[in-house]
Design a protein around this ligand. Structure first.
Ligand SMILES: Cc1cc2nc3c(=O)[nH]c(=O)nc-3n(C[C@H](O)[C@H](O)[C@H](O)COP(=O)(O)OP(=O)(O)OC[C@H]3O[C@@H](n4cnc5c(N)ncnc54)[C@H](O)[C@@H]3O)c2cc1C
Length: 414
């Protein structure tokens, strides 16, 4: 089930080379250790694997050549290897994707020289560096937090992490929760406001080095899955950074924020497809080997199982194509709308919502087909099931994601 021959027509040759590089790495370096990742308390395995991906150039990939990067500016190109990494381990894919996530807006669109000169050489160096896009905040009795931060209809009015200009510095105060790679990152992109009353004009995206004074963290969250990704509360107490570390400026930062949400949704779709593909391969193997029933046939040759496997294959392929078409649109804003437009967010959300639901369905049905074996670690599917559920829930959850699909087409009071 690894034909994908249509990709030869839809993608550039370089895209497929990168995809194959990631695929070989996954088969050799991730598959043999994926069952140990849940017990890798000190992240020794995870760090080793991420360093391997950095050595192959997947972290510096998006940075300009002048810093040692490969100048890749394409959601299609980055989505294919991400799908592969998620086939091996979705948590590793998240740690990788969220290292690039904070830098996409500065490298692809804002070209802020001070930020690029500060972080570019470090992230293109030989040592593994980690990034974090820190947007989510806790809610309060008056609402806010969670989805209200990223809901375009809220226009940044619920953001409570405040950035004030003091001389040549931004001074940041506030609290963030959940962000992937928080507590272990070398660079953070903080979603702030200069004044919530200003709405979108107040949104300020500000880069903060991981060792900045005034930055502190809580305990790592204990989660159902995604063990390779770390999440904690980030506290900002009078954190000072140079005023040049603001991504762009009033109004522009809001647009870049929305564009980066679309990037996150496309990446979430690619990871969901990879996760489901990995689970599907495990189920195909198992149901091909295990023989049941009067006729003593392999499970997958019983018609009820064949039809379930067909639905799984249809879901994976449909999600892969929806992800690819959303990514292609995003790579061609002249034809399909500006990267920060509600139309782009709509198609990216369509891909994320569909692919995440599909991965939950595939891993769930896969476990049914494997019976009790599906529930134990050795049989390689329950981890896919535990890992993929959060993709449905993060970045807008299942509901806000659906609203964002509809948002460009009619006025939503949401
Ligand atoms: C493992 C993990 C990784 C994460 N990574 C990151 C990261 O890298 N960066 C980051 O900033 N955050 C991250 N998050 C946080 C995550 O993106 C948010 O938790 C998520 O977007 C939603 O916020 P919430 O959970 O508070 O949900 P809530 O805002 O409380 O929403 C709960 C439910 O209400 C629905 N809802 C929301 N708004 C509306 C509305 N207007 N009308 C009707 N229904 C609505 C939602 O869809 C959802 O179903 C991560 C979380 C986890 C667990």
């Amino acid at each position: 089930m690894y034909q994908h021959s249509i990709l030869k027509t839809l993608c550039k040759e370089e895209d497929l080379i990168l995809r194959d590089l990631a695929r070989d790495f996954v088969n050799q370096e991730i598959m043999p250790v994926r069952q140990q990742i849940d017990d890798d308390e000190h992240h020794e395995i995870v760090t080793h694997v991420l360093q391997g991906l950095a050595n192959l150039g997947f972290i510096k990939a998006i940075f300009p050549e002048k810093y040692g990067g490969s100048d890749i500016r394409s959601a299609v190109t980055m989505g294919l290897p991400l799908e592969e990494v998620a086939r091996g381990d979705s948590g590793i894919a998240v740690a990788l994707a969220c290292t690039l996530w904070p830098f996409i807006p500065v490298v692809w669109w804002a070209h802020n020289q001070a930020v690029l000169d500060h972080f570019g050489p470090v992230f293109c160096g030989d040592d593994l560096k980690i990034g974090c896009f820190n947007m989510t905040e806790p809610g309060g009795s008056a609402g806010g937090g969670g989805c209200d931060i990223e809901n375009p209809g809220m226009e940044g009015r619920k953001i409570r992490t405040v950035a004030k200009l003091d001389g040549n510095d931004w001074v940041l105060n506030g609290q963030k929760i959940w962000a992937s790679n928080s507590g272990v990152a070398d660079a953070y992109l903080m979603v702030c406001t200069t004044d919530p009353k200003l709405g979108d004009e107040g949104i300020a995206l500000i880069y903060v080095p991981g060792d900045a004074k005034g930055l502190s963290f809580g305990k790592f969250e204990r989660k159902a899955g995604m063990a390779a990704d770390r999440n904690t509360t980030t506290y900002l107490e009078n954190v000072r950074v140079p005023k040049e570390f603001r991504l762009s400026g009033p109004g522009e930062d809001a647009g870049l924020f929305h564009a980066n949400l679309a990037v996150g949704r496309l990446a979430s779709a690619a990871m969901s497809v990879g996760n489901a593909q990995g689970a599907f391969e495990a189920v195909l193997d198992f149901t091909g080997d295990r023989v049941v029933g009067k006729a003593a046939k392999a499970i997958r040759n019983h018609s009820v199982a064949t039809c379930m496997l067909a639905d799984m294959a249809i879901g994976i392929e449909t999600a892969r194509m929806t992800c690819l078409s959303g990514s292609y649109r995003f790579d061609h804003p002249d034809e399909y709308g500006a990267v920060h437009s509600l139309e782009q967010l709509s198609y990216a959300s369509m891909a994320k919502v569909y692919a995440a639901d599909m991965a939950v369905m595939v891993t769930n049905r896969g476990m049914e087909l494997m019976g009790s074996y599906g529930y134990v670690r050795e049989c390689n599917i329950e981890k896919y099931w535990r890992d993929c559920k959060i993709i449905q829930l993060w970045e807008g959850g299942a509901q806000l994601g659906r609203f964002d699909v509809c948002r460009p087409f009619w006025d939503l009071p949401l």
